[in-house]
Design a protein. Sequence first.
Length: 133
Amino acid sequence: MLVKDIMKTDVKTTSSLTTVKKAAEIMSENDIGCLLIVDDVLKGIITERDMVKRVVAAGLDVRKTRISRVMTKHVFFVSPDDDLHKTINIMTSRHVKRLPVIYANEVVGIITFTDIIESQPKIIQEIYRSRFI
């Protein structure tokens, strides 16, 4: 099974100039755990954990602090044609729960550990068909 088979394509993004408050509002309104930071190309990711550790615990002013100051800048990613085994290896070895999906330098989706878990019945079916039918 490939990333494109289970990735989400409705990805929420924001600019690196966005305030932490606005980013948190976007995440809350869309009931999502992260935002991708895109200024023409992927520049970073901000997660709920980043918000807690780098903003709240640090006592930063959410109305003045820009996402560029607290986002994770080194972002691991996959392509739509990568297989799930590679994706799972990246997630587990890098201790990340979400990976942007990039094609031709553009964000085309996101895949999460939850997406992978939810796809397990499909994966089991695929294995069964390939070995027993």
